[in-house]
Design a protein around this ligand. Structure first.
Ligand code: NAD
Ligand code: FE2
Length: 360
């Protein structure tokens, strides 16, 4: 039966434009601001261009590497923390790792030498946010530009944490597809599959609602149609634009539902088997879909909008789609023995995200 009572909320302003610098001028204005990005040449040039347009930043972090870790935040020196405190807004130019790092910076890291204190504080506080985030994604995948949480990793203890607070939604997401034109093939693939995973995980989810599912269906269809063509035509501007839009649709969908079983399985896989997030959370999608089928009529109806009437055939199609992208669905191919994978699956079913799975 159709759901009659639900809420959908997302406060991030979305600006699709061909010139992110021009948009920044309007959204940062004359405020003291910081920049968070990676160190590669492309991004160093961008830092110069941003400062050329907005004036000198009070805080610049160009040392962001994939999967932000506790050790990075705890090592931030006193002087850097004082500079961070001066920033009223943060420009986050990069993929999920950069935008998630900016969320930690925005949440008041300068006042808390140990990141664990910030996580505790955020989980208990009504109001948190002191800095606006202007997120400019350079991958088409994570949707972090429209979510209110950041994934932080503690490689020392082998655990994944979530900094989550309603004040952490970016104020603005500036979506300029040209930033993704030179995205290397493996990152294009991994981030695109992450977006597909967000869309599907928001469908087989106890928190799904008609609006989140609407975004999820649109996103899934675009990604399934576009990603294989894009892998063969990486310079195609229209395909890049489609993927960026699809990643935002997926982000909007799971911003209201959070993820589910495939993501919960991905955490030990990423930590223990060194697999990038987008692959770790997508190679189990056919398995998770087969478990979801038949557990909820609304979920089945939504899946039919993506995969057609025969859902078991749809799961086979999904497996074939991954296989054509050279993504194996066999844990063994990632060095995960069957017994270990079974443990990951069982643990995930009762994990924080796994409990969102409609057939958990
Ligand atoms: N907060 C959320 O809602 C959310 C959702 C999903 C994933 N995540 C997190 O996001 C992270 C993954 O983010 P990601 O997949 O966007 O990748 P990433 O930010 O980890 O970056 C991966 C690599 O891509 C490179 N790169 C990024 N953009 C580029 C470009 N335009 N051109 C060339 N190289 C580029 C970076 O230098 C980096 O080496 C993980 O830590 C994951 O847990 C967060
Ligand atoms: Fe993800």
């Amino acid at each position: 039966m159709a759901q009659t009572e639900f809420t959908f909320f997302n406060p991030t302003k979305l600006v699709f434009c061909p010139d992110y610098l021009e948009s920044l001028r309007c959204h940062v204005g004359a405020r003291d601001y910081g920049i968070v990005t990676y160190s590669d040449a492309f991004f160093s040039d961008a830092v110069d261009q941003i400062q050329g347009v907005l004036g000198k930043a009070v805080f610049v972090a160009t040392d962001i590497t994939p999967n932000p870790d506790f050790s990075y935040f705890n090592a931030l020196e006193g002087e850097r923390r004082r500079d961070l405190a001066k920033a009223e807004a943060l420009v986050a130019l990069g993929g999920g790792s950069v935008i998630d790092t900016a969320k930690v910076f925005a949440a008041g890291l300068e006042d808390r030498p140990d990141i664990r204190d910030l996580l505790n504080f955020a989980s208990q506080s009504q109001a948190l946010r002191s800095k606006d985030i202007i997120a400019i994604p350079t991958t088409a995948g994570t949707g972090s530009e429209v979510t209110s949480w950041a994934t932080i990793w503690d490689s020392e203890s082998g655990r994944k944490f979530s900094l989550s607070h309603p004040d952490l939604y970016p104020k603005v997401a500036v979506l300029d597809p040209s930033l993704t034109y030179k995205l290397p093939p493996r990152i294009t693939l991994a981030s695109g599959l992450d977006a597909l995973s967000h869309a599907l995980e928001s469908v087989w989810n106890i928190n799904a609602n008609p609006i989140s599912s609407n975004y999820a269906v649109r996103a899934s269809r675009i990604i399934i149609e576009t990603l294989p063509s894009l892998m063969n035509n990486p310079e195609n501007a229209r395909l890049r634009q489609m993927m960026l839009q699809a990643a935002v649709f997926s982000g909007l969908a799971f911003s209201n539902t959070k993820t589910a079983l495939a993501h919960n399985i991905s955490y030990p896989v990423s930590l223990n088997h060194n697999l990038e997030h987008g692959i770790a959370c997508s190679f189990t999608l056919p398995l998770v879909m087969r478990r979801a089928i038949g557990s909820d009529t609304v979920c089945d109806e939504t899946l039919r909008e993506i995969f057609g009437n025969d859902l078991h055939n749809g799961a086979d199609q999904l497996e074939e789609f991954l296989c054509n992208l050279e993504i194996s669905t066999d844990p063994d191919d990632y060095g995960i023995p069957a017994t270990t994978f079974k443990k990951y699956l069982n643990d995930a079913l009762t994990g924080e995200r796994g409990r969102n799975f409609i057939a958990a």
